[in-house]
Design a protein around this ligand. Structure first.
Ligand code: SF4
Length: 198
């Protein structure tokens, strides 16, 4: 490539910026297309000696198709399934990082508790954490659940509990969010949010 060619000019002439007929343009420029071709073909080594099964991204209601590859029983790759009519092989950043949901060594695997006014997180048993949450939900719902409310001078049935809000995490999958929202709506919860938008 001529040293006077700017990056922008190079992309415009080769069509790389728009995914056009890049290889033909490269040849016209007197460039060897092999390195580009090598960088765009699938990498065989990635799938060598692997078992690949189709699956569905767990994160949101779009339901993008994925291909999960394992080697010796261990997950080694997650990518979009090109046969899926929903995503045609693509994944959003969240789905593309779903590999780390299973293999990330930084993943938090124990419950942590920060006391009121505390500055440090303390590890606690899951059973204890669940009991603490259940106690507080029961107490707050008993205190704040309302069957009726006065709206514009009329008494109307509301059956809501405005004392509790639920904010779902980004790694909650569809099934969890479905059950979670069923529970909270059954308790009268109104302030419900999660990333899956169910
Ligand atoms: S989180 Fe992203 S990749 Fe997963 S289903 Fe939703 S849109 Fe698709």
């Amino acid at each position: 490539m001529s040293s006077t060619l700017t990056r922008r000019q190079f992309l415009q002439r080769t069509g790389l910026a728009t995914g056009g007929a890049a290889l033909g343009s490269l040849v016209a420029l007197g460039l060897d297309p092999e390195p580009v071709r090598a960088a765009t073909v699938p990498l065989d080594w990635k799938l060598a000696e692997t078992k690949t099964v189709p699956s569905v991204c767990p994160y949101c209601a779009v339901g993008c198709g994925t291909l999960l590859s394992s080697r010796n029983g261990k997950l080694v790759n997650v990518e979009g399934n090109p046969d899926s009519p929903i995503n045609h092989g693509t994944l959003c950043p969240k789905g593309a990082s779903s590999f780390q949901l299973t293999v990330n060594p930084e993943r938090q695997k124990t419950c942590l508790y920060r006391r009121p006014g505390g500055t440090a997180w303390e590890p606690i048993e899951l059973e204890k954490a669940m009991d603490m949450i259940a106690d507080r939900v029961k107490k707050t719902r008993d205190q704040t659940f309302k069957q009726t409310a006065e709206i514009n001078g009329r008494t109307v049935t509301v059956n809501n509990c405005l004392g509790i809000a639920s904010l779902g995490g980004a790694t909650l999958e569809n099934e969890w969010n479905y059950a979670h929202l069923k529970l909270w709506r059954g308790l009268g919860g109104v302030f419900l949010e999660n990333q899956a938008r169910i």
